[in-house]
Design a protein around this ligand. Structure first.
Ligand SMILES: [Zn+2]
Length: 657
């Protein structure tokens, strides 16, 4: 049994109290048919929605006025009857009915102003309402939270077989100044006027909210799962991770910033030892979109991507108020999940094999830029978790990583033992001094807003050799005993009203060139530009080549190589219990169409050369989906195989003795 149910649907049911006949078209047969057609193993169903309506007979909350039976209880039973889990959804941060009744429960800014963006409190009833328009309620363990605890207890008491609880809209903010929070801070001896005090109070009280929900649930349901969405799976907020049994990485790649964010989050959560899932939607765009569809082949691409990074899958849907399941939605989901069924045993619960580590900076632009460059060059990587460098041969520090003295010491020990480091931009600079020695001294800024890089021979592969415009400048460094790999040329002047040239950046001044831009000393390479953020923002092939060429100077002993172009993805895991390695290969290039990125073209890619360097003797290489065995050769520590054909996704399994 996997840590987390692999094929899930998150079934939204935010239903206006103005709509009658809730569940009037629901039937157990129709629901169970949808579960079977969709090949589901779990479906998250609703106790309470953003309108503040409950879908079971409640004494604590408000049952939807258009509902006259226990829809939640019926759905739990129906799902269990066909062997499908049914965790229960409870809205937290948004509840319109509660917000109307209790303005004292609203999140407030300093001075009492509402902290809910986009909500126009003076709008007339006939004014058009913007999308996703809800008042934020305070989750800092005050009287609104007591209401959530009461609902939680009621659900836990009412249903004998509860698989789990999913609390939604637990956005992680920084501060709240509602009356209760202000009074709470004072009672604890904290000063509400002091921002640090307010932030400390927020964290403490949010943790206490999460703790109490879990305690109530476990009184009767010790094995149930619990997750707090909209912040509970943020790699940059680890202070909230301990209160959850698993992580649901909510993402809508078509409209939430593309397909390359999930892999990095998956890599992070794979380190936690808990289960994690990728969450997307069946919608064309966003949550709550009735009648919006993503084709089955695009869903298949999305869920296969999750599988490729060891994540279970969840697809969001929204049930029609009358309770009838949409057959086309479950046909599309079934296309995706019937494929997952064939590959999941080879994708979940594996161990990473790569020797390339990346240290997350906390700056999403830099981290995403770095990850994109690695994904697009099929360089499999893992996250450096809790400052442990030992699993790695090479570690990258993108743009703005600051290490504690203790971690810097660990890093130095790693380098001394032969570990290799690539760092960029303002990373590993503390009090104006590099924390490790790249053969140069950090010297701040050249004083220009942009500059130009010229690469040297050792990192020239695929590059232009002319000065290359960098939209943001590199740091100034003075070389001590390092080898210069690239140089910077400065512009004649910054572009100002007083001094400018042509439409854009001032050209380079050949008389102000030769400043070190990248330098190497032994196992350490430093690139002075924030090249990861530059790549994320500008996407130049030459930025990527510059970075990857520098990486390749260090990272020469790759466990896995798959030769594909930039839309190709490759990730390898080991499953020691089964004596096998699983290689996931993907190819799908999202197309941007104004507001959305869609997957439509999934071309067939042929003859992909793959090399694996593993110590075991490989006995068989095969493609589990088709059952085809592949010829291979293993010599000098390398297994070489050619994958004949790939469309969307292919799984290649290497068995060893
Ligand atoms: Zn508050």
């Amino acid at each position: 049994m996997h840590k987390l149910s692999p094929r899930q649907v998150h079934l939204d049911f935010h239903t206006s109290p103005l709509i009658p006949g809730i569940g009037s078209n629901y039937s157990r047969e129709d629901f169970q048919n949808a579960l079977k057609t969709g090949h589901l193993s779990s479906i998250t169903i609703f106790a309470k929605c953003h309108h503040g309506m409950c879908y079971y007979p409640t004494k604590v909350g408000t049952m939807h006025p258009g509902l006259d039976f226990d829809l939640l209880g019926e759905m739990i039973d129906a799902a269990h009857e066909v062997g499908v889990r049914a965790p229960v959804y409870i809205t937290a941060g948004w509840s319109a009915h509660d917000a109307e009744q209790h303005p004292e429960w609203w999140v407030r800014k300093k001075g009492g102003e509402t902290a809910s963006p986009h909500v126009d409190l003076n709008a007339a009833p006939d004014d058009p309402r913007p999308e996703c328009n809800w008042i934020h309620l305070c989750l800092n363990d005050g009287s609104y939270c007591q209401h959530i605890y009461d609902i939680t207890r009621e659900i836990c008491d009412r249903y004998e077989h509860l698989d789990g609880l999913f609390y939604d809209i637990c956005f992680i903010g920084e501060v709240c100044y509602c009356d209760e929070c202000v009074a709470g801070m004072k009672a604890m001896g904290l000063d509400p006027e002091n921002d640090e005090d307010a932030r400390a109070y927020y964290i403490l009280k949010r943790q206490s909210f999460m703790t109490k929900c879990g305690e109530i649930m476990r009184e009767k349901h010790p094995d149930a799962t619990i997750f707090f969405n909209s912040g509970g799976a943020d790699p940059y907020r680890p202070e909230y991770h301990a209160y959850e049994t698993h992580y649901e990485m909510e993402d809508l790649p078509t409209v939430w910033g593309g397909y390359d964010k999930m892999p990095c989050n998956a890599k992070f959560f794979s380190k936690t030892g808990k289960g994690y899932l990728g969450m997307t939607g069946k919608f064309h765009m966003g949550w709550g979109e009735f009648g919006g569809f993503k084709p089955g082949f695009a869903l298949k691409f999305e869920v296969a991507s999750m599988m490729a990074y060891g994540a279970s899958c969840s697809i969001g849907d929204q049930l029609h108020p009358d309770g009838k399941f949409d057959p086309e939605t479950y046909r599309n989901i079934g296309e995706a999940y019937s494929y997952v069924e064939k590959i999941e045993d080879y994708c979940l619960d594996g161990e990473s094999c790569t020797k390339l580590g990346v240290y997350l900076s906390g700056d999403s632009k830099s981290d995403e830029g770095m990850v994109k460059m690695l994904l697009e060059t099929q360089n499999d990587f893992e996250i450096v978790y809790q400052d442990d460098y030992t699993p790695f041969d090479t570690v990258i520090f993108p743009d703005c990583v600051k290490l504690s003295d203790e971690s810097a010491e660990k890093l130095q020990a790693f380098i001394t033992k032969g570990g290799k480091v690539l760092f960029t931009g303002e990373s590993l600079v503390k009090d104006g001094v590099f924390q490790i020695d790249p053969g140069a001294a950090y010297a701040g800024s050249h004083g220009f807003n942009f500059d130009y890089i010229t690469v040297g021979d050792k990192i020239a592969e695929g590059m232009v050799t002319s000065p290359m415009y960098c939209y943001t400048p590199g740091a100034k460094i003075n070389v001590t005993d390092g080898e210069v790999l690239a140089t910077t040329t400065m512009p004649y002047f910054n572009r100002t009203y007083g001094a400018y040239c042509s439409h854009k950046n001032t050209p380079y001044d050949r008389n102000n060139s030769g400043h070190p831009a990248a330098v190497r000393k032994g196992n350490v390479v430093y690139i002075s530009h924030k090249i990861c953020a530059l790549y994320k923002e500008y996407g130049s092939v030459y930025y990527k080549s510059y970075f990857i060429n520098a990486l390749n100077l260090l990272y020469t002993d790759k466990v896995m190589e798959a030769e594909m172009t930039s839309a190709g993805r490759a990730a390898l895991i080991k499953q020691p219990a089964q004596n096998l390695y699983s290689l996931n290969l993907m190819y799908g290039s999202p197309i941007r169409r104004d507001k959305v990125e869609v997957i439509e073209d999934l071309p067939v890619i042929r003859d992909i050369p793959v090399t694996l360097r593993v110590p075991e003797k490989i006995t068989k290489v095969f493609l589990p989906v088709s059952g085809v065995e592949l010829p291979f050769e293993q010599k000098d520590g390398a297994v070489k195989v050619t994958v004949p054909e790939l469309q969307c996704h292919e799984l290649v399994v290497f068995c060893y003795a």
